[in-house]
Design a protein around this ligand. Structure first.
Ligand code: 6R9
Length: 649
């Protein structure tokens, strides 16, 4: 089956969908020609405490830059996700929590979730947290992380969720950057039967921070493990909760008040603390969740993303809860205790909508049909994919084997910075092509430019940009607004640059080709090559390092590291293992290098710039067509690298 095979909208889906093809056309046109009217209309899905006076005041022009949506309005996110559902669906399950070990699931109703959030909001207040404070959450996938996020929003505190797989080093730099004085964590996390020492990692991170440090740590007793305890600083979650009051009025927050910070990797230096604000983000998450997944009241939805990433924020927490949805939250990994686990969870909770990542799909596909052996799967109606390009083989497998040829797949392209889904099919409206994210969502104006910034028309391939603002857009980088403008709005003047390349076909469908900058996408996790390089060179025996991505069957991209050692050091197997461990410790297991290539020199221009184009080609064993080598300071380096690569592979 060719990649361009067209899957029309199944009539049964179109018939009951929120949006069919004619309606998509009409609404998209309206959203582009009259954005203010369109978004004012959509804003009715929010419960406002104070009405807004202006819908959109935005400019991507670096001279008069500004992004403001729904100015003058006030709302509370937790009230929109909880309180307003109590009249109609207090007893409906909000979260079905499925533990790492099969066999135990917990159902939490909207009423219970509301009560817990109010209590924890009071706990935060008692610990001295006030509006505008940043609270760091370093948590496993347990309901308490959702409770903590919503509790922050209830009192106007800003959360910064740090993925539980990050090392103490990575955690400490993120705590330090946002100046957070309080961390919420758990004794341990559980993944695939292994224990993750979260509290010990927090202790180590605080140690690294020294006196700029955190003075409160709230610990959820999840596994009950014995952990080190500093009575002046550490607090037991349950103890604080048992003493807290269950009533906590939601604070009226301005539309543009910061809602959360989420760190993500860029092409240079330190991770960036992406700042999202209140009204636009929530509206965009809720609207996209309902329309992209065609969520219908009463359905059960499962987003497999970890809450430490933007997908977990927008599509496990804020979008679904704002829509009063029943969500599955799963603590573990898709293939534990075996490859049938996802299918088992789908059957046992009758999941209707499944949103996952290509890396999980490829891991299942690698085992043929074993992933669905003995499974029913008939509850599934809609499938979704995000985080990286999905190759047509994986798409077709997902469609046939998991979706039984019946369920539309929404391949959703978006980013931490976009807050919500940007280019995507709508199940009832868009004919699908495996591997294409298809068409823009309402209000989204994608375009392609060449490297000089010239707009490309019709069928074309180039850099993907966005011409105008949308409500879910990030507003800043924490503590460095000029870096925000510089990073996203300066490469091409007056437009948002995504960092991705894309192709547009004759039908106007977009095909994302991957990052055009030095950002890797390993199993859907975004990582800057610069971060991994700086971790490598921080090792005493490393002189220089250059990291590139290389195609990987399951992970999408693997990490390929060229390493030059100090003159007096010889490469060895033990040093290779030590370096891999070192990077895992500096950043976290997600940054584990797949290959260390010892080399005596890197290809550099005469001005000393490493030519990554060449390194990427050699890592991929594409020794021909290395392009213009005339600017290299020492062209002989290339032959050395090729010979070394031949020896490794
Ligand atoms: C949501 C998320 C963003 C980067 C993005 C792009 C890649 C995401 C994709 C996709 C192809 C898709 N990406 N979705 N590439 N098709 N459907 O993943 O955010 O972690 O910030 O990563 O992921 O390269 O620029 P984030």
């Amino acid at each position: 089956m060719s990649a361009d095979h067209l899957y029309p909208v199944p009539p049964a889906v179109a018939q009951h969908a929120h949006i069919d093809a004619p309606r998509y056309q009409a609404l998209y046109q309206a959203s582009i020609s009259h954005p203010e009217q369109f978004w004012a209309e959509q804003a009715r899905r929010i419960d406002w405490m104070t009405a807004f006076s202006q819908v959109k005041q935005t400019s991507f022009d670096t001279e008069q830059f500004g992004i403001q949506w729904f100015t003058g309005g006030q709302l509370n996110v937790s009230a929109n996700c909880l309180d307003r559902h109590l009249a109609e669906r207090a007893e409906q399950t909000a979260i079905i929590w499925e533990a790492d070990e099969p066999g135990s699931a917990i159902h939490i109703s909207y009423r219970e979730l509301h009560a817990q959030v109010c209590r924890f909001a009071n706990v935060l207040k008692q610990q001295g947290v006030v509006q505008g404070d940043v609270v760091t959450l370093y948590m496993p996938m347990i309901p308490e992380v959702v409770i903590a996020m919503l509790a922050c929003t209830r009192i106007g505190a800003i959360h910064s969720v740090v993925f539980g797989g990050f090392s103490p080093e990575a955690l400490s730099s993120r705590i330090g950057d946002c100046g957070s004085r309080i961390v919420v964590t758990a004794d341990e996390g559980c993944r695939a039967g292994r224990r993750i020492p979260l509290k010990a990692n927090v202790d180590a991170a605080i140690e690294l921070l020294g006196d700029r440090s955190v003075n409160q740590v709230i610990v959820v007793r999840h596994t009950g493990a014995d952990v080190a305890w500093d009575a002046r600083r550490d607090h037991d979650y349950d103890q604080l909760m048992s003493r807290a009051e269950a009533h906590c009025p939601p604070l009226a927050m301005d539309s543009e008040a910061p809602l959360f910070i989420l760190y993500t990797s860029g092409s240079t230096g330190q991770p960036k603390g992406i700042v999202h604000t209140t009204a636009g983000y929530l509206l965009y998450a809720a609207l996209t969740h309902e329309t992209v997944f065609d969520y219908q009241p009463g359905e059960t939805y499962w987003c497999t993303a970890d809450v430490g990433w933007i997908t977990g924020h927008s599509y496990m927490v804020y979008g679904p809860l704002a829509n009063g949805c029943t969500s599955v939250m799963y603590e573990g990994v898709p293939n534990y205790p075996d490859i049938t686990r996802m299918a088992q969870i789908i059957d046992s909770h009758k999941v209707n909508i499944l949103y996952t990542a290509p890396t999980a799909i490829r891991a299942m596909m690698a085992q043929g049909d074993a992933a669905v052996q003995g499974a029913d799967g008939s509850s599934l109606r809609i499938l979704g994919s995000a985080g990286e390009p999905i190759n047509p083989e994986a798409w077709n497998w997902f469609h046939q084997t998991v979706g039984q040829g019946r369920c539309p797949i929404v391949d959703t392209w978006w980013q931490t910075e976009t807050g919500g889904i940007m280019v995507t099919p709508l199940p009832g409206a868009t004919a699908l092509k495996p591997g294409s994210a298809t068409r823009p969502f309402f209000g989204v104006r994608p375009a392609l430019v060449d490297n000089e910034g010239q707009l490309l028309e019709g069928e074309a391939e180039g850099n993907l940009i966005l011409l105008d603002s949308w409500p879910g857009q990030a507003r800043s980088i924490h503590g460095d607004h000029s870096r925000f403008i510089e990073t996203y709005f300066s490469t091409f003047k007056g437009v948002y640059f995504t960092g991705d390349g894309a192709r547009r076909d004759a039908d106007g469908y977009y095909w994302i080709t991957g990052r055009v900058d030095d950002v890797l996408n390993v199993s859907g996790h975004r990582m800057g090559t610069a971060e991994i390089e700086s971790a490598l060179v921080a090792h005493q025996q490393v002189a220089e390092a250059a990291v590139v991505g290389v195609a990987h069957d399951i992970k999408g991209q693997g990490i390929y590291a060229y390493v030059t050692l100090n003159a007096d050091v010889q490469p060895s197997e033990s040093l290779r293992i030590e370096l891999i461990q070192w990077v895992r410790r500096e950043i976290g297991p997600i940054a584990t290098p797949d290959c260390i290539h010892w080399t005596s020199g890197l290809p550099k221009t005469r001005s000393g710039k490493i030519m990554r184009r060449i390194l990427r080609k050699i890592a991929a064993a594409e020794y021909e067509g290395l392009g213009d080598l005339s600017t290299l300071a020492d062209p002989a380096v290339v032959d050395h690298l090729i010979n070394e690569h031949r020896r490794i592979s």
